[in-house]
Design a binder for this molecule. Structure first.
Ligand code: SF4
Length: 186
């Protein structure tokens, strides 16, 4: 087992979380759960981090920040989507300015749902991420790993059009229901 896996450093970014998941991340770092006893250190520098822990959903503005942090991290690196908002957009998924989960901006290795995600689930996700990290470390050592292309992120304008389309379809369906009721005999 490599030293990276024995003592992984992580960077946490709050995309547009309600702060519920962030408080649980903080709980992991404080004495109650104390992940430092496993060698897990929270760093503010992407160049020092092995694991990118993201909470909250992605929007047009923060998608660029997420991509920038990801690009600054060295290989091997692992991304954990922490909480259902980071996994899929969660309850904010249909909001006009929400593009979706973290995977609309960068490749995600571990999806850890929950609202808010429990500290035990965060620790479990990190442990799962360590397995992925070890595989990637071996791939880097053998020269097999290539930097993945970042996905093309949709824009809020795309989303707005999409939301309007959804609303128009829902309205058409409702109106066709009215028409059917008006035609049917009482
Ligand atoms: S998953 Fe729930 S607690 Fe976490 S950021 Fe989303 S709404 Fe907040």
């Amino acid at each position: 087992m490599s030293s990276t896996v024995k003592s992984p450093w992580l960077i946490h970014y709050d995309a547009s979380s309600c702060n519920g998941c962030d408080i649980e991340v903080l709980a992991c770092l404080t004495p109650m759960y104390d992940v430092e006893r496993f060698g897990i250190i929270n760093t503010g520098n992407p160049k020092h981090a092995d694991i990118f822990l993201v909470t909250g959903s992605v929007n047009e503005r923060n998608s660029k920040v997420v991509q920038q942090i990801y690009s600054q991290m060295l290989e091997p690196k692992v991304v954990i989507a922490c909480g259902i908002c980071a996994c899929s957009g969660g309850i904010f998924k249909e909001c006009y300015n929400t593009l979706g989960g973290v995977d609309v901006a960068i490749p995600v290795d571990v999806y850890a749902p929950g609202c808010a995600i429990r500290p035990e689930a965060i620790i479990d996700a990190v442990v799962t991420g360590l397995g992925v990290l070890e595989e990637k470390r071996a791939a880097v050592a053998e020269g097999r790993i290539e930097a993945p292309a970042l996905p093309q992120t949709p824009t809020a304008a795309d989303k707005l059009v999409d939301a309007q389309t959804v609303r128009a379809a829902a309205l058409a369906e409702t109106q066709s229901g009215w028409a059917t009721r008006e035609r049917s005999p009482q």
